[in-house]
Design a protein around this ligand. Structure first.
Ligand code: 4AD
Ligand code: MG
Length: 497
């Protein structure tokens, strides 16, 4: 058995592929089978002249997602997707599939989510998962290459570290336990034992709102570094993100193409320094005339585009009735693109007035909302690191600046409208100050005693951050919603499949 992504090693040789039928087109003497095997797609040509009558007939009965084994010769073909096609000499059907629910026609998102277990086989979903895999690999590579030790933090925990409103509570043998919102506090303990560590695990937050950025179960990578200050923390995160992007650009060209990701901005990342500004500067930018003007321009250009493609739609609609068959196929395809684009434009046009208002009226001291992040990050093609946040809106464990008013936190916002992908900080390392914070926040001191021990026994300046895997996948793949960045997303109202 040979895998499709290895066909380049088998040019002009006879091989057997095992996989599933992705698509079939037939004419009198030839069936064109698009076969997928998990590693890629390959066009297989079953010609009446090359196979037995029984095989030729059997090929004609194949339906989408039927499983099969196909043998033939590998020929180079520049025009086909993977660069090679298979000229079949034999075909065995493993199972003739029932009518497959996901067809090439357009499906609504709810239907696709209900069929996530099958939707994973579709090309774009497949490509996004391959990129996710590469990102995970690149992260391990990056940290392992720098001497970090990967250690795991527990999922069952007695500590709330990121606010009490998003806790999943569970019963732990008659004791109250929570699913981990973060591994950080444990990460700090492990960093005091190993210096440089990172955790890589699932985290849970009872997010009660439906947004394109929130899951209730997501994966977080949390490095924690003894003797790092905020500056070193930022430098590390910047290097890590650049390493991830470089790795995906190197290994996932084909996947990014399937995802129709315009890689111009990603391409430029390597040689550019990330933008850095304080929270206060970011607020000024958000409220600025410049931002308002940008949104006005965006609104105008969306309206113009809507006008133009609506006209185009009218014209090709008229043409459809009398068009030849091949042209009808073309028109149907274009109509599908147009209707998707119109949905997008109409959504933008609905959003823009709210964005404008929210940006203009933003008040210093508030946290950025999703739309504020979108508006801010439409203006950048590299990530933006925002530092020095109002202490009130940040977690109790963050160290504060000399004034005591600002937290030495850093969020990294992804460009092209994506928003926060990293949250981190320098940690409070003074026992007295941390005790005070815990008291102020009304947290139960007892459950944090072990954490306070880290400040009793050889406390040192230290820092760390958390990278959200799914948001990173969304940005790099150019996906508009995190639900397509994880095999089986968990969100408000979505527990199955
Ligand atoms: O900013 P957050 O809440 O930071 C922490 O949890 C820190 N303890 C991390 C640390 O310093 N070790 O979360 C970190 C990142 C966010 O920037 C975001 O990318 C992701 O985790 N994230 C989510 N991703 C998907 N769905 C959610 N509900 C998320 N909440 C946070
Ligand atoms: Mg955050």
């Amino acid at each position: 058995m040979t895998y499709i992504n290895q066909l380049f090693n088998h040019q002009d040789q006879k091989v057997t592929l095992k996989g599933w039928l992705y698509n079939i087109r037939s004419s009198k003497a030839i069936h064109f089978l698009e076969v997928r095997d998990g590693t890629g797609l390959c066009q297989c040509i079953v010609a009446a002249d090359d196979v037995s009558d029984a095989v030729f007939e059997a090929a004609g009965t194949l339906k989408q997602e039927s499983s099969l084994e196909i043998t033939g010769t590998v020929l180079k073909d520049e025009r086909s997707a993977g660069g090679y096609e298979l000229h079949a000499t034999d075909l065995k059907i493993i199972q003739l599939a029932e009518n497959y629910p996901i067809t090439p026609k357009e499906h609504g998102i709810e239907f696709l989510m209900e069929n996530r277990h099958l939707w994973l086989r579709s090309r774009k979903q497949w490509a996004a998962m391959r990129v996710r895999n590469e990102i995970i690999f690149a992260i391990h590579n990056f940290f392992q290459g720098r001497g970090f030790v990967q250690l795991d933090s527990p999922i069952f925990t007695g500590n709330a570290a990121e606010g009490s409103t998003t806790l999943f509570e569970t019963d732990y043998f008659d004791e109250k336990a929570y699913l981990a919102q973060t591994g950080q506090l444990y990460g700090e303990a492990m960093a005091m034992a190993h210096g440089l560590i990172y955790t890589f695990g699932p985290t849970f937050r009872a997010e009660k709102s439906k947004t394109r950025r929130h899951l209730t179960e997501f994966w977080m990578i949390e490095p924690e570094m003894a003797f790092y200050d905020l500056e070193m923390n930022m430098d590390l995160a910047e290097d890590m993100i650049k390493a991830i992007v470089a790795s995906v650009l190197e290994k996932n060209r084909a996947e990014l193409e399937i995802l129709e990701r315009d890689t111009t901005a990603l391409e430029k990342l390597a040689e550019k320094r990330f933008e850095r500004m304080t929270y206060t500067e970011a607020v000024e930018r958000l409220k600025s005339d410049e931002t308002a003007k940008l949104l006005d321009e965006m609104e105008e250009s969306r309206k113009r585009e809507l006008d133009e493609i609506s006209k185009e739609r009218e014209v090709i609609k008229k043409e459809h009735g009398s068009a030849k068959k091949w042209r009808k196929v073309q028109i149907d395809q274009r109509m599908k693109e147009i209707s998707a684009r119109i949905d997008q434009i109409e959504e933008d046009l609905r959003n823009i007035p709210g964005w404008k208002k929210s940006a203009r009226n933003f008040e210093w001291g508030n946290d950025f909302g999703g739309s504020d992040e979108t508006v801010l990050m439409m203006q950048f093609d590299v990530p933006l690191i925002v530092t020095h946040w109002p202490a009130e809106i940040k977690a109790f464990y963050m160290k504060r600046d000399e004034t005591g008013k600002l937290a030495l936190g850093m969020d990294i916002l992804a460009p092209e409208g994506y928003g926060e992908i990293v949250g981190g900080s320098q940690r409070e390392d003074s026992l007295a100050v941390l005790e005070e914070r815990i008291e102020e926040e009304g947290l139960e001191k007892e459950v944090f005693e072990w954490y306070l021990d880290l400040r009793r026994y050889g406390t040192v300046p230290h820092s760390g951050y958390g990278l959200g895997l799914e948001r990173t996948v969304a940005w790099i793949c150019g996906l508009s919603h995190v639900r397509e960045t994880i095999p089986f997303p968990r969100m408000l109202g979505r527990l199955r499949p």
